[in-house]
Ligand binder design. Structure first.
Ligand SMILES: [Fe+2]
Length: 470
């Protein structure tokens, strides 16, 4: 017998865990499934199996990772979902209850798991040249089987990587390399960063360590054709703060923003730092090299409410908390070591994506989900930005009662040009309490879906996914 889930916003409505594994071989489709779309859309998100332990408090980012996959081929679309069977999941499944404190907090963990890895594998699912990796930023990657979603093994690159790796690696579509990193690489809340590159065969070819100016949460980073850039925003981490009764994370804008820039083929001694005042982002759209300049297009803000300030108050709207489409640039020929910002739009949006065939290279078309009412976390509109046309914004919304997840680009079969394909977007329909999978033409978002697959259950709001072409 397992205990009821507690009363928490992220365990209810569109976020409520599904709590089961399903196979639906042939979903009902409204409209016409395009015959030039073939492959599988994978999406990861939290689906907690058990209620938190006594005295502990649930957090959306702590739920057990569950992969949903939608295979589109031959005029059919199927749905399958499976938990990522991490060591944590298996131990708790056997115990019939949660053994780990939220975020692995040892204060709330069962003594039996104090020396076990805490891995929820709940944030992203990425294919790197035939290896399907479930990722979270606090632990190693977990390899999954493409068709069955069976869990294979934890990936530690032949024992060469011990600590966490980002949930947002970048895959260079031309070289096939996967560029990634880990933060807190010297232990919990340390300021050490680890920079890694795996070649197209998954072999680790770079493993460099260096310190950031301070310890921060580093959710995403930038990779261009020539450089990797580590953005350090003042969302700080501190064990000392915890020991004195404060929160692990805090928003400390006075510490400013710092970008550590390393040549893709460089070493720790090549890192150069650029700075500006307080900024924040969870996600970038794309980054590229332009002569001596490195650009990163992001959904960024000037502050975050993700954690309180050190005085316990929260940043508010006047601090600029809404993420909007903007560009951050560093110039390697500029000896001021500053970061420049260009603001593109005031429409609040998140989950920025692009046509990943151009990941790490100059691009034109960007996609996101957003909301005109700035309701963070409650996105209602699919957004398309054309960066070669004054950052023209085009949007589509399914209407009242829907919430949308990340919009992922899927290239058309035999497509050779950017933006030539579809956007795949999971939507939760509050009227039916079930989810729908929208397929839109990327070059005509405003027209709405060409096909909508009706899912006979709720796919809880989740995080990130990717399309793997057939
Ligand atoms: Fe993310």
């Amino acid at each position: 017998m397992t205990r009821p889930m507690p009363n928490d916003q992220f365990l209810q409505g569109p976020y409520a865990p599904l709590g089961m594994e399903c196979d639906a071989p042939d979903l009902i489709v409204q409209g016409e499934l395009p015959d030039d779309l073939a492959g599988t859309y994978y999406r990861n998100g939290p689906d907690p199996l058990h209620a938190p332990r006594d005295g502990d408090q649930y957090h959306w980012f702590d739920g057990d990772g569950m992969i949903h996959c939608f295979n589109i081929e031959g005029g059919r679309i199927s749905w399958r979902n499976r938990w990522v069977r991490t060591r944590k999941y298996e131990l708790e499944r056997v115990a019939g209850k949660k053994l780990y404190g939220v975020f692995g907090n040892p204060m709330f963990s069962d003594p039996s798991v104090i020396n076990e890895e805490y891995n929820t594998a709940n944030t992203n699912i990425v294919d790197h040249n035939g290896r399907l990796l479930a990722l979270m930023e606090g632990a190693l990657a977990v390899e999954m089987e493409h068709k069955t979603l069976a869990t294979r093994k934890t990936v530690d690159f032949d024992g060469q990587i011990k600590g966490p790796i980002t949930a947002h690696p970048k895959i260079d579509a031309k070289t096939g390399e996967m560029v990634f990193f880990g933060y807190s690489a010297g232990g919990p809340a340390s300021k050490m960063l680890r920079y890694n590159v795996a070649d197209k065969d998954g072999k680790l070819i770079r493993n460099e360590f260096f310190d950031a100016p301070y310890s921060a949460m580093v959710h995403d980073f930038f990779v261009t054709e020539s450089h990797a850039i580590f953005p350090i925003f003042p969302l700080t981490q501190s064990i000392e703060r915890v020991m004195t009764g404060g929160p692990m994370m805090a928003w400390e804008p006075d510490k400013g923003t710092h970008f550590g820039v390393i040549p893709r083929n460089g070493t720790a001694k090549d890192v150069r730092w650029f700075s500006t005042d307080a900024k924040f982002m969870f996600h970038m759209m794309n980054a590229w090299t332009d002569g001596s300049k490195l650009h990163a297009d992001v959904t960024g803000s000037n502050a975050t409410q993700f954690a309180p300030k050190t005085d316990g108050t929260m940043a508010d709207a006047s601090d600029g908390i809404a993420p909007t489409f903007r560009r951050w640039t560093v110039d390697l020929s500029d000896n001021t070591n500053s970061i420049k910002e260009a603001l593109f739009d005031d429409f609040a949006c998140e989950f920025p994506r692009t046509d990943d065939r151009l990941a790490t290279y100059a691009y034109r078309h960007g996609y996101a989900v957003g909301s005109p009412s700035n309701r963070l976390g409650g996105f209602t509109h699919v957004v398309h930005y054309d960066t070669h046309n004054g950052n023209r914004r085009r949007t589509w919304t399914p209407g009242e009662g829907y919430l949308l997840g990340e919009a992922v680009f899927a290239p058309r079969v035999n497509s050779r040009s950017e933006n030539d394909g579809y956007l795949i977007v999971l939507g939760f329909n509050g009227n039916t309490q079930k989810s729908e999978l929208f397929i839109l033409r990327a070059d005509d978002v405003e027209a709405g879906p060409v096909a909508t697959a009706m899912i006979p259950a709720r796919v809880p709001m989740g995080f990130h996914g990717n399309f793997v072409a057939a």
